[in-house]
Design a protein around this ligand. Structure first.
Ligand SMILES: *Cc1c(COP(=O)(O)O)cnc(C)c1O
Length: 381
């Protein structure tokens, strides 16, 4: 434990020792009877957790592969698609859709704010889109989209499938497919608290029907049609599954079941509120507007006179790894994740390290201020 660096970037997040130990078991054949049962359990648990009436796909890859897999199975070149972008990862979705030859319209908000649900509704009325894509939490801004409200709204547009990028939200913020979400794409290394390496795509029956209607698609590895038989019966082979990572996911899901999903989501809400209270008490500006702040990470603008590179180097020396700001916020802000399997001990340690770093930049009065605000908000939340 001495001098352990806390990995507080917005993914990968700290990995629980139980998950690491499960992963460290000797690799077995992907046809191994025990492993096939483990894989089945993972698929079953994912379907249950997210209320999936179609299929859960888990393949080797990062979140970006999941993004690609999600759209490749519900859209064909020339199809109109609407992307709601709240930052860097929304813009990445636009780029992916353009690269695949879809007809993309993008709605954008000022960084830190959201596109209003009513404005999305208006846009869907003007034109028939084959899909609507929304990033649940844009990791560049720390803004959370009102996914449930959007899901209920999209239900009125029959031809439009609703895809949610949950990479920085799934397992930390509620995502219930029965609300009207057709596809959730996500990854292992953020709120699931696992190492990177798994792309997870959850598809509703409507999404699977769309895939059937498309016929042949230009993609191979990410084709639902090739993976679905494996998800139904993991004893079959299409491409070698990442055996040890699937064990890690099995353990991550066990941890979630033990905590209870509702309790886990509540813990994230409370964590976000307490951390953000502490950040503000220390004088950082939380980039996301109040009311749209993600419980899973924060993008924090510096006060006058603090150099980004020097500050984050100091913070790392004090035991906390942070991430830099993205795009227009690079150099002016930094980002801290507060999701997955972290608890109050970690939170206190992170805020205390921030205080020591600020003190070394001449702000000695920061000492104790953040921790006091954190503790107060944590007790009251
Ligand atoms: C991290 C992230 C991604 C990309 O995931 P990778 O694993 O880095 O490919 C996509 N969308 C969101 C919202 C993310 O936070």
């Amino acid at each position: 434990m001495l001098n352990d660096t806390l990995l507080m970037i917005p993914g990968p997040t700290p990995v629980d020792r139980r998950i690491l130990e499960k992963m460290a078991r000797p690799t077995v054949a992907h046809g191994d009877k025990g492993f096939v049962e483990d894989y089945k359990e993972v698929i079953h648990d994912l379907k249950e957790m997210f209320h999936v009436d179609g299929e859960a796909f888990v393949v080797a890859g990062s979140g970006t592969l999941a993004m690609e897999m999600g759209v490749a199975n519900i859209l064909k070149p020339g199809d109109p698609v609407l992307v709601v972008s709240h930052g860097f990862f929304g813009d990445r979705y636009t780029a992916i859709c353009e690269s695949k030859g879809y007809e993309v319209d993008t709605m954008k908000a000022e960084w830190g704010n959201i596109v209003e649900v009513n404005d999305i509704k208006q846009k869907l009325k003007e034109k028939t889109y084959k899909a609507l894509i929304v990033t649940h939490v844009d990791t560049s801004t720390g803004v959370v989209a009102p996914v449930k409200e959007i899901a209920h709204m999209v239900r009125n547009f029959e031809d439009t499938l609703f895809l949610v990028d949950g990479v920085c939200a799934s397992a930390g913020i509620e995502e219930n497919m029965s609300d009207g979400i057709d596809v959730i794409i996500t990854g292992s290394q953020k709120a699931f608290g696992m190492p990177p390496g798994l792309a997870i795509v959850l598809a509703s029956q409507a999404a699977l029907n769309r895939r059937k209607k498309l016929g042949e698609i230009p993609d191979y590895y990410v084709d639902f049609a090739r993976w679905q038989p494996i998800m139904e019966n993991p004893a079959k082979y299409f491409a070698t599954p990442p055996v040890n990572l699937l064990w890690a996911l099995q353990e991550a899901l066990t941890i979630i079941k033990e905590e209870g999903l509702d309790a886990r989501l509540e813990r994230h809400t409370k964590t976000g509120q307490a951390m953000q209270a502490a950040f503000e008490a220390l004088g950082f500006k939380v980039l996301a507007e109040e009311g749209h702040r993600a419980p899973t990470l924060s993008c924090l603008a510096y006060m006058e006179g603090i150099d980004d590179v020097a500050f984050r180097a100091k913070l790392e020396e004090e035991g906390v790894m942070s991430a830099g700001g993205l795009a227009g916020y690079a150099g002016r802000s930094f980002r801290l994740g507060h999701m997955g399997n972290i608890g109050i001990h970690d939170m206190v340690a992170v805020i205390a390290a921030l205080e020591r770093s600020l003190a070394s930049f001449g702000q000695e009065d920061a000492l104790g201020k953040g921790v006091a605000a954190l503790q107060k908000a944590y007790i009251e939340a």
